[in-house]
Design a protein around this ligand. Structure first.
Ligand code: GUN
Length: 283
């Protein structure tokens, strides 16, 4: 078998086209969706992600601004900025790019954001709503993954979904969303013994490890759906995922490439959440 490649770039393009039309209609009703992104420090990868968010917003008609704060910024100063944005009616979405400098308590910052403006879906109130299956802002990468699976008509109900990785941003929430879709979910992580005994039974395998080639053909079941969340930059500058694409594609039924797989969907779902916030539909 050679897998069908899930084209995240094409799906993102289609969805962004629909969103552009929706934003235009909102503007006719005098609603001007606006996203504010805060970046603390000058990590080049974070800067590049933030610029990608700004560009995608502009292409969809969503206005955005980036607030750059030095790495020496105190936690109180950052909190002050968030409180200001919380009460600014022209700002619909607030995103604080992570990671933050070590002297800033990340959780305190996440909890300071008004949950109705939390377009990352990281606030405990929104995580709680997601866990109880209620409508809310969903974390962008997991939301993008579920949207891709739905869009390709991949059945989730009754399937064994195995998630490798347990981060708050990807692994934990994607497992929860798959559970909400009636999959049977297994979480694996760096301390899992006999990883292959789990991956070899997966109908749907989500790989969010952050290391190239950890999953190869011998780890997967014939006909499995493989979602590769990894974005690893090799020494020669090329991007690669966590999965050995060539060998896994021989056995899988569907597989996401890197790049042009999950990545473009993540930003697309941020735009979707920003539109939802502008419409006042956080719940
Ligand atoms: N850093 C890496 N991914 C993300 C994300 O989805 N949101 C934020 N705020 N920071 C990140």
């Amino acid at each position: 078998m050679t897998a069908d490649v899930i084209d995240g770039k094409a799906l993102a393009h289609k969805l962004r086209g629909e969103m552009t039309r929706e934003v235009s209609q909102l503007k006719d009703q005098a609603i001007f969706p606006h996203l504010t992104v805060i970046i603390v420090g000058d990590d080049p990868a974070s800067k590049s992600y933030v610029n990608g968010k700004k560009k995608a917003s502009a292409e969809t008609g969503i206005s955005s601004d980036i607030i750059e704060m030095p790495s020496s910024t105190s936690e109180d100063k950052l909190l002050e900025k968030i409180y200001e944005l919380n009460s600014d009616k022209t700002v619909h979405g607030i995103l604080v790019q992570l990671p933050l400098p070590v002297h800033i308590h990340e959780q305190r910052i996440i909890e300071a954001i008004n949950p109705d403006k939390d377009v990352d879906g990281f606030h405990p109130i929104n995580i709680g709503k997601m866990m109880t299956g209620n409508d809310t802002f969903l974390p962008c990468t997991p939301y993008g993954i579920i949207t891709m699976l739905h869009s390709y008509g991949i059945q989730l109900e009754g399937k064994h979904a195995v998630v490798i990785g347990r981060s708050n941003i990807v692994g934990k929430p994607v497992g929860q969303l798959l559970l909400n879709e009636h999959a049977t979910v297994t979480y694996c992580h760096s301390k899992t013994s006999y990883l292959t005994s789990f991956t070899a039974d997966a109908d749907i395998l989500i790989v969010a490890v952050g290391k190239p080639n950890v999953i190869r053909s011998e780890h997967i079941k014939q006909g499995a759906v493989i979602i590769d969340v990894g974005i690893n930059r090799l020494n020669d500058g090329t991007l690669t995922g966590d999965v050995d694409f060539e060998s896994a594609a021989e056995k899988a039924s569907y597989i996401t490439p890197v790049p042009k797989g999950v990545g473009p969907m993540t930003i697309t779902m941020l735009l979707s959440n920003t539109i939802k916030a502008a419409k006042g539909l956080s719940y």
